[in-house]
Design a protein around this ligand. Structure first.
Ligand SMILES: Cc1cc2nc3c(=O)[nH]c(=O)nc-3n(C[C@H](O)[C@H](O)[C@H](O)COP(=O)(O)OP(=O)(O)OC[C@H]3O[C@@H](n4cnc5c(N)ncnc54)[C@H](O)[C@@H]3O)c2cc1C
Length: 479
C-alpha cells in the first residue's frame, strides 16, 4: 500500500464553545483546570525558558492517572492541540501551546524507592532533585542529568545524559517500565515484556507516544559521597583543556566523566570581582569510586594552571547534582542546540574556540560532554536513542537577558552548529537540546526512524502527540 507521511494540521481554534465541555471536565477532574480568566493561569503558563510566551486555552493540572486520561480524551474530542508538561524545562518550550490544552503533570511528582528490588518509581512531573532526594536517603541513585531542577520526563524520554552516564548509561537505558496514557486514552504498561515496541520507542523517541505518568528505573549504590570537580581556568588554558579531555577520554575509567565548559566568569561572590566576565574554561566532572581515586584521576584538569576558582573535592552526590542549579534561573532567554562528535581533533578545537569567542552574550557557553562507557555498550538499534556510539556531545548554549538580543544569540547558535556540522565526524542532534526543533527527526534517530514511524502509527495514528521532535505517523493514501 502506498504510504505518505501525515502533515499535522495547523493548530486551530475549537469550533464550538468550550464552556459546556469544560464544565463537565471540571465536574469530575480531581486536579485543577485553569483557563485564561482563572487565578494562577498566568503562572501556570510560564515555562523555564523566558522566550516562550504561549497562551493555552486550558491547563489541566493533573493529580493522577485518571485526570491524565480525562485531559487527553478532552483534547482529542475537542480537536485541541495537546502539549505535555513534565518539568517545563525543555528549551523548545513544547510543554505549552497556544490555544490548545496542556496536560500539566507538575503536581504528579511522587517518588517511591523499592530497596529490595533496587528500583525507584517516579511520577511524570518529578524533577531530578525529587528523585535524588528519595534515592540518596538509601545511598542509591539512577542516572539522570546534571541540574536538579530539570524534569525527569522530557530528560528520560529523549535520552538523559548525567554524571552517572559512563558507568551506568543514559537515563532511558535504566528504565524498567513506564506507565503511559495513549492517544486513545488507554493506560498501558510498557516494559521489555509488555508493549515492548512502545518500550523500545520511549527510550529516546521523546514524547511522541503518549503521556508517561510514571517511570520505573534501576538503582545503583552511589556515594553518598563522591569526588566532584568544578575547576575554573583562564583563557590561556581553554584549548589545552579540550586537548586534555581528548587524551583523558582515550582510557578514562567509567567511574569518571568530564564536561569542559567554555564561557565567561560569572558575577558570583565565589569569584574575584575583577575576574567577572573574563573568558574561562570550567571543567565539571566527577568520579564515583573512592574519593582518593577520584582526586588522583581528575588531578590533571585541576593542574592545568593556577585556577581562578576550584570548588572540587569530596561532596555528597546530592550537592554535585545541584552544583549548577543557580546558573540557569527561570525566565531568562535560552536557545540551546547540540550535535555529536566522533573526535575532538585540533581542527575542531580551533573552530570551537573561534565560535566561542564570537558569542554575543557573556552568559553563554560551549560545552563538550564526554560520553562513551556504558552508553556505547548497547547496540544503536537496542532503543530509539541512535547516537550512543559517539564519544562526545557538543552543545552551544545561548543564555541572555535582553529580548532585543534574541536574534543575535539565536543566530550565534545556529551558525555555530551549521559550521561544525560541515566538519567530518560531526553529526546528528539531541532531543533534550533541540533548539526549536528545526532539525529533521532523522538527524536524531538515524536508522531507527522507520521503526519509530511504525510504533507511532500503531499508538498515535492521528499524531495527537505532535508538539515535540515529531515522528509523523504513516497513513495510507486512501485514509
Ligand atoms: C538547566 C537545565 C539543565 C539541563 N541539564 C541536562 C542534563 O544534564 N542532561 C540532559 O540530558 N539534559 C539536560 N537538560 C535538558 C533536559 O533534559 C530537557 O530540557 C528535558 O526535555 C526537560 O524535561 P522536562 O520534563 O522538564 O521537559 P518539558 O519541557 O516539561 O517537556 C518537554 C517535552 O517532553 C515531553 N514530555 C514531557 N513530559 C512528558 C511526559 N510525562 N510524558 C510524555 N511526554 C512528556 C513532551 O513532548 C514535552 O513537549 C537540561 C535542561 C535545563 C533547562
Amino acid at each position: 500500500m502506498p504510504v505518505q507521511r501525515r502533515t499535522p494540521e495547523p493548530d486551530t481554534e475549537p469550533t464550538v464553545s468550550l464552556r459546556e465541555p469544560l464544565e463537565s471536565l471540571r465536574a469530575t477532574f480531581r486536579g485543577t483546570v485553569l483557563t485564561p480568566d482563572d487565578e494562577g493561569y498566568e503562572e501556570a503558563r510560564q515555562v523555564w525558558n523566558g522566550m516562550i510566551d504561549r497562551h493555552p486555552a486550558v491547563i489541566a493540572r493533573c493529580s493522577g492517572v485518571a485526570d491524565v486520561v480525562q485531559a487527553v480524551t478532552f483534547a482529542r474530542d475537542q480537536g485541541l492541540s495537546l502539549a505535555v508538561r513534565g518539568g517545563g524545562h525543555n528549551v523548545a518550550g513544547t510543554a505549552v501551546c497556544d490555544d490548545g490544552l496542556v496536560v500539566d503533570l507538575s503536581e504528579m511528582n511522587g517518588v517511591h524507592v523499592d530497596r529490595e528490588a533496587m528500583t525507584v518509581r517516579a511520577e511524570g512531573g518529578a524533577t531530578l532533585g525529587d528523585v535524588d532526594r528519595e534515592t540518596q536517603l538509601f545511598g542509591l541513585a539512577t542516572p539522570l542529568g546534571v541540574v536538579s531542577k530539570t524534569g525527569i520526563a522530557g530528560l528520560t524520554l529523549n535520552g538523559g545524559v548525567g554524571h552517572l552516564r559512563r558507568k551506568y548509561g543514559l537515563a532511558c537505558d535504566n528504565l524498567r517500565s513506564v506507565e503511559l496514557v495513549t492517544a486513545a486514552g488507554e493506560v498501558v504498561t510498557a516494559s521489555a515484556d509488555e508493549h515492548s515496541d512502545l518500550f523500545w520507542a520511549i527510550q529516546g523517541g521523546g514524547g511522541n507516544f503518549g503521556v508517561v505518568t510514571s517511570f520505573e528505573y534501576t538503582l545503583y549504590e552511589v556515594g553518598p559521597e563522591v569526588f566532584g570537580m568544578f575547576v575554573v581556568h583562564d583563557r590561556e588554558h581553554v584549548a589545552e583543556a579540550l586537548r586534555l579531555t581528548r587524551e583523558f577520554a582515550a582510557d578514562a575509567p567509567r567511574e569518571a566523566s568530564v564536561l569542559p565548559i567554555l564561557g565567561f566568569v560569572p558575577e558570583m561572590e565565589e569569584f574575584p570581582a575583577e575576574r567577572w566576565g573574563d573568558p574561562m574554561v570550567a571543567i565539571l566532572g566527577c568520579h564515583l569510586g573512592p574519593t582518593e581515586a577520584g582526586e588522583a584521576t581528575l588531578a590533571p584538569f585541576r593542574e592545568l594552571g593556577t585556577p581562578i576558582g576550584d570548588f572540587s573535592g569530596p561532596m555528597p552526590f546530592t550537592d554535585l547534582q545541584c552544583l549548577l542549579d543557580e546558573e540557569f534561573p527561570d525566565g531568562l532567554n535560552y536557545y540551546w542546540k547540540a550535535t555529536y562528535l566522533t573526535d575532538l581533533d585540533d581542527d575542531l578545537v580551533d573552530v570551537l574556540v573561534r565560535r566561542w569567542e564570537a558569542c554575543p552574550s557573556k552568559l553563554s557557553t560551549v560545552d563538550v560532554w564526554q560520553l562513551g562507557g556504558a552508553i556505547a555498550d548497547r547496540p544503536q538499534d537496542a532503543s530509539a536513542f541512535w547516537h550512543r556510539d559517539k564519544p562526545y556531545m557538543l552543545t552551544f548554549e545561548a543564555n541572555w537577558e535582553d529580548p532585543a538580543d534574541t536574534d543575535a544569540n539565536v543566530a550565534w547558535v545556529r551558525e555555530s552548529i551549521d559550521e561544525v556540522r560541515e566538519l567530518p565526524g560531526v553529526v546528528g542532534g539531541y532531543g533534550n537540546f533541540p533548539g526549536f526543533h528545526e532539525d529533521p527527526s532523522q538527524a536524531l534517530f538515524g536508522e531507527n526512524i522507520d521503526k519509530l514511524v511504525a510504533v507511532k502509527t500503531k499508538y498515535d495514528p492521528e499524531n495527537l502527540f505532535r508538539l515535540n521532535q515529531n515522528v509523523e505517523p504513516r497513513v495510507s493514501e486512501e485514509a
